[in-house]
Ligand binder design. Structure first.
Ligand code: SF4
Length: 387
């Protein structure tokens, strides 16, 4: 936290979870209940003007005006899909822009939030991964996507007082959230805080490509629902699709998932599986997956649910989506093995807001184009006698 005594150190209060805001207010000589009032103004009412925070003493409002701001993200554009999905593009400076997507359904409103400008993981099937990586977002930039969406939608949808627009948050936008752990955790705490957005831990999901050590830290620091981008039943194939697998292979990943469930708010892990035609979608691979998650391949058994995602093709990927009947046949093998399996409905495809399509604008500071210019994926034949 920056010292408030320095005139230049103006703090963006969107960066501070309630614990940090309480400490910051204490440095101004203010008690905790003042921090709670301020936090509620910012996150529950969407107020960024200290002068309008009517239950704060004038002396505190003056101190705040001198030492702090509530600096939201700058909106660059909005696109609305025919299916009600809305995609916002936010400027985060230096030529970088990130996207957030609102997905309305009859019983929920889900916001898909970005954690980085670009992504360094470089998954083959992901548009963000093909852009490379610029930088981590700050806590304010992560929670600022929710701050904007919640308060913008309340007005736009003319919600009654106390009604919320966003009931679920998924950290599945641009970036690998666990590679930006220090900014992510305070943002999650603000989402969960009853004085903030008051979301249930079960309704906030962190999606990771498999950062094993950080999964274990998250289970201690802020256990929320966990989704893991699996995409392959074997290390040989996953090494090609999700490069992080070379560092953290499947047995380590499944062990981390199994440990995570000891403190998770749900009693299952969601495995995301992008359906790639002729790459990871055969009956034999579905049976390999069943064997993997049910503990027959040496890794621990992991209670889980599968979410099959029809691949959204983009030109640089060189991949195509599995035909619908292949996706359904694959799902049936998992379902017949007793695994809850859903096929994700594609939302916002017409505005490039569907899974794996988010691209924003990123000044790539990595050599992603070189890394991803590799031969087409080679599928190893499964050994004879494989299930
Ligand atoms: S799928 Fe996720 S982790 Fe992989 S490149 Fe895309 S944003 Fe990064």
């Amino acid at each position: 936290m920056q010292p408030v005594s320095e005139a230049a150190a103006v703090v963006n209060l969107l960066d501070l979870d309630l614990e940090s805001l309480t400490a910051w207010c204490a440095a101004l000589g203010e008690k905790r209940f003042r921090a709670v009032q301020l936090f509620r103004w910012i996150h529950q009412k969407g107020e960024g003007d200290f002068g309008r925070m009517s239950n704060l003493a004038k002396s505190l409002r003056d101190k705040l005006a001198a030492a702090a701001v509530v600096r939201p993200l700058t909106l660059l554009s909005e696109q609305a899909s025919a299916d009600g999905t809305i995609k916002w593009l936010f400027d985060v400076g230096a030529g970088d822009a990130v996207e957030a997507v609102f997905i309305p359904e009859s019983d929920r409103g889900t916001l898909c939030v970005s954690s980085q400008a670009g992504c360094a993981v470089g998954c083959r099937f992901c548009a963000t991964g093909h852009q490379g990586f610029s930088r981590n977002l700050s806590t304010a930039e992560i929670v600022g996507q929710l701050w904007f969406a919640e308060h913008h939608l309340r007005q736009r949808l003319k919600l009654a007082a106390g009604e919320r627009a966003i009931s679920n948050v998924v950290m599945m936008g641009m970036g690998e959230p666990l590679q930006n752990y220090h900014a992510l955790v305070p943002a999650l705490r603000m989402m969960l805080d009853d004085h903030g957005y008051g979301l249930s831990r079960r309704r906030v999901t962190v999606s990771t490509s498999g950062m094993v050590r950080m999964i274990e830290r998250l289970s201690l620091d802020c256990p929320v629902a966990l989704a893991v981008s699996l995409h392959a039943p074997t290390d040989a194939l996953r090494d090609q699709l999700v490069p992080l697998n070379r560092k953290h292979p499947l047995d380590q990943l499944l062990l981390a998932c199994s440990h995570y469930l000891e403190s998770a708010p749900r009693d299952f892990i969601t495995f995301e599986y992008c359906m790639l035609d002729g790459v990871n979608d055969s009956d034999a691979q579905a049976r390999e997956l069943v064997a993997l998650v049910s503990g027959q391949r040496g890794a621990p058994r992991v209670p889980c649910k599968f979410n099959l995602i029809p691949f959204n093709p983009f030109p640089a990927s060189g991949l195509s989506c599995s035909p619908r009947e292949r996706v359904l046949a694959f799902a049936k093998i998992l379902q017949d093995a007793g695994i809850v399996t859903t096929v994700r409905k594609t939302r916002g495809e017409d505005i490039a807001a569907a899974c794996g399509q988010l691209a924003g604008e990123v000044q790539d500071r990595t050599r992603v184009q070189t890394r991803l210019t590799r031969p087409v994926i080679r599928i190893e034949a499964l050994p004879s006698g494989a299930p």
